[in-house]
Design a protein around this ligand. Structure first.
Ligand SMILES: [Zn+2]
Ligand SMILES: [Zn+2]
Length: 120
């Protein structure tokens, strides 16, 4: 279970967590945008936050699988929700990668100089 933190203002929020790999991935959501933000961490965890987060994450993972990006990986997905700064309940979905039924290993000491790609 990932522990999510919410940062934000009246209109915009970022849903983050401290990942085992050392990153702090962030999914951004703007109030009323009807969209979900996401980040795919370098270690393979994915999280979405916002409108239709569950469906959008499923579509994203299906798309990756069709492109052959996730060969050998299984994702175990969970949905939860967080409270936005403006009081709305916002759905959050995340997926953890597994290889042969074991959590996918986090490569120790990997580079963190890369820029994480954001969806917006
Ligand atoms: Zn990382
Ligand atoms: Zn990570």
């Amino acid at each position: 279970m990932l522990k999510f933190k919410v940062k934000g203002s009246k209109e915009q929020m970022a849903v983050t967590y401290s990942c085992d790999c050392g990153c702090t991935p962030s999914a951004d959501y703007r109030q009323g945008s009807g969209e979900a933000g996401h980040e795919h961490c370098c270690c393979g965890k994915v999280h979405f936050a916002g409108h239709g987060a569950v469906e959008q994450m499923e579509a994203y993972l299906t798309d990756r699988r069709q492109q052959g990006l996730d060969d050998g990986l299984e994702y175990v997905s969970t949905q939860t929700e967080v409270k936005a700064p403006w009081g709305e309940k916002v759905s959050v979905a995340y997926a953890l990668p597994y290889v042969h039924g074991e959590p996918a290993p986090v490569v120790p000491g990997h580079e963190h100089n890369h820029d994480h790609a954001h969806s917006h």
